[in-house]
Design a protein around this ligand. Structure first.
Ligand code: CO
Length: 466
């Protein structure tokens, strides 16, 4: 016992020697040097940088094609390499390993891609063609406020300062030396399905619900780092700041930082993707995506929230019933959607189909998913596929014999707190309608989704109650 205690103390001492102590003064100097007007909400600078990135990207793309096998190139879908297709693959030696340079590519017959909004500031996961619960890293949804920065991990630092006993500066290498955890979590943008509240708007499940994805994330608990810095008695909030051109900032309650918050450097078994925050991001399980600051470079501990642009002018929830806005609404409540069959698909004819989809809750595990085949009049339990993990997408399945009649199919998730996904009407009754004239974006819209099946088998996004 005392041996174990001694070992634990030795480990704690060793951890305290990782990274570089800095003075609050030095932290302030670094902060001042990295300050720019864009932090105050000015977008002109961001646009200029974005154009620069655009130019650099073009050069990189041209350079890359020279590395691909000759036969191929332009015709292959993104992420694939095109090879000749033999008439009989058993009569020809297959290609040798390594022609792709040692990093695999997907089949040239697979072409799913993210769907981008015209401004290229958000992209949506093709949920209709996903399997299981994990989203391929290259199909994880994106939301950027000033493009994807290209960051040299050797130069990147994470500074923790403010109301701490000992301000610290960590490199990526420092971060990786701490005890690490891997957790499979969903992440969802608070704007997902926001346009669906008043009427069926988007045609496909990718475009209605595609701002949610699941990955296995690997990183260091933020509580481990805050244990190293120590906390002053007044510490209550932490400002998280990104190294992108928006210098994206959000205030995080200290309780969350000390519970399940992670500083993540890997996703699905490899380094986190640039568009997900390479070389490191904050990850706050179950909370709206934008607060899990990507390209994380600074954490400032404070006694109060910072009221940044992203938590005052944006990411607040206008309650049109009262004219007041909710701030700091973090948790993504229980939600589900049927991904097959879904919008713009066409069932080839009557017969057996497995209805399937995904359910998730920012508060814990999915306890049950019910499916309705009659627009919500009657409900039946779907099967939940293992694993059913907390704060993770859960795959559900429901066998269905379609008789060839028109139908409205829905799913309804309930999480292990007992909370059930509401209808549109319930949400509108609680918060008031979305009023486009007020410029209101309806965040945290988790209502039950309906897909209408016509007699000819075609599937459409519908609002069955008008
Ligand atoms: Co919110």
């Amino acid at each position: 016992m005392s041996n174990e205690g001694g070992r634990a103390r030795a480990i704690e001492q060793a951890l305290s020697r990782i990274g570089q102590p800095i003075s609050e003064e030095e932290a302030r100097r670094l902060e001042a040097r990295e300050q720019c007007e864009c932090r105050r909400g000015m977008f002109a600078l961001a646009a200029t940088r974005r154009q620069m990135f655009g130019g650099a990207g073009l050069v990189a793309a041209v350079g890359m094609t020279a590395m691909l096998p000759n036969a191929v190139q332009a015709k292959a879908p993104p992420g694939a390499v095109e090879y000749d297709v033999p008439d009989d693959p058993t009569k020809e030696q297959g290609r040798l390993m390594g022609v792709d340079g040692g990093y695999g590519s997907r089949s040239q017959f697979e072409s799913e891609v993210r769907w981008y909004v015209p401004t290229k500031t958000a992209s949506f996961t093709p949920m209709q063609s996903g399997y299981g619960i994990v989203t391929p890293s290259g199909l994880h949804y994106e939301r950027h406020h000033a493009g994807i920065p290209n960051i040299d991990p050797a130069k990147h630092r994470l500074i923790i300062h403010g109301l701490v006993e000992r301000a610290m500066k960590y490199s990526l290498a420092d971060l990786k030396r701490f005890p690490t955890v891997s957790r499979t979590y969903f992440m969802e943008c608070s704007g997902t399905t926001g346009r669906e509240l008043m009427k069926a708007t988007e045609p496909t499940v990718q475009r209605t619900h595609g701002l949610v994805s699941t990955s296995e994330w690997t990183g260091v608990p933020l509580s481990t780092l805050l244990k190293q810095t120590g906390l002053k008695p007044d510490a209550a909030w932490v400002l998280a700041e990104g190294a992108d051109a928006a210098v994206m900032t959000r205030s995080v309650p200290l309780d969350k930082c000390l519970s399940d918050a992670l500083v993540v450097f890997a996703q699905n078994g490899e380094a986190i993707r640039p568009e997900q925050g390479y070389p490191m991001r904050l990850f706050l399980p179950g909370w709206e995506g934008n607060i899990s600051i990507k390209w994380l470079r600074r954490l400032e501990v404070s006694d109060k929230p910072f009221f940044t642009r992203e938590e005052t002018s944006k990411y607040t929830d206008l309650i049109t019933k009262t004219g007041k806005a909710r701030m700091f609404t973090f948790t993504m409540e229980a939600k589900s959607v049927i991904t097959f069959p879904s919008g713009e698909m066409k069932l080839p004819g009557a017969g057996f189909y497995e209805i399937t989809g995904l359910a998730w809750s920012g508060r814990g595990k999915i306890a049950r998913v019910e499916v309705s085949l009659d627009g919500g009049k009657t409900w039946s339990l779907a099967t939940l596929q293992d694993p059913v993990l907390p704060i993770c997408q859960t795959r559900f399945r429901f066998p269905w014999i379609w008789e060839g009649q028109p139908a409205v199919i829905q799913s309804r998730a309930t999480d292990d707190t007992g909370y059930s996904q509401p209808t549109h009407q319930q949400l509108i009754a609680e918060r008031g309608p979305l009023e486009p004239a007020a410029g209101a974006q309806f965040y945290h819209m988790n209502a039950i989704q309906s897909w209408g099946i016509a007699a000819d088998g075609s599937v459409k996004n519908v609002h069955p109650f008008g």
